[in-house]
Design a protein around this ligand. Sequence first.
Ligand code: FES
Length: 170
Amino acid sequence: MAFELSPETLSYIEKVIPRYPQKRSAIMMILHAIQKEKGYLSLEAQKWVAEKLELPPIQVREVVTFYPFYREHPIGKRHIRVCRTLSCALNGSYKICDQFKKEFDTELDDISPDGRVTVEFAECLASCGTAPVAMVDDKLYENLNEEQVEAICEQIKKETPAIDPAQAES
Ligand code: FES
C-alpha cells in the first residue's frame, strides 16, 4: 500500500518547508511530524521524505539512523522512556524500568502483549536534579518511586484500551 499521511501532517509539512532557505533543512521537522503520526519511520516514510525534499534516500536514512530519537520500528500506543544516565541510574532508574516492564508484562524495546506500551531506556532527559525521571509520551515524571510508577501504570491502563489479542494475530 502506498505511504499515506493525514491531511494535518501533510498541511504541517507544506507549511514548514518554505520556512527554510533550502528545503532540505526541513528534514528533521518533517521526520518528527511523521514519527508523531505513525509512531516510527518506516523505509516507505524515509523514501517519501527523500522524494519530497529532492534528496537521495541515503541522506534521509543517515539522519534517521544518526539521531537516537528517531525510530525505525513500531511501538506500543504509549511510549515510556526511563532515563538511565548517571543521576537517574544512581537513584534507582533500573528498578523503575523493571517495574514498568513487570506492570505491562513486557521486555525492553518490545510492544507489550496488550499493545499498550513500549518501554525503553533513554539517555539524560535534562532533569537530573529530580532523578529518577521518566517520560510517558511527551510528559515528564520526576522523583519517581514505586507508588508513583504504579499510579502512572494505572492511569495508562485506564486511558489506553488494550488491543484485542484476536485482532493482533489477524
Ligand atoms: S541523568 Fe536522568 S535526567 Fe539527567
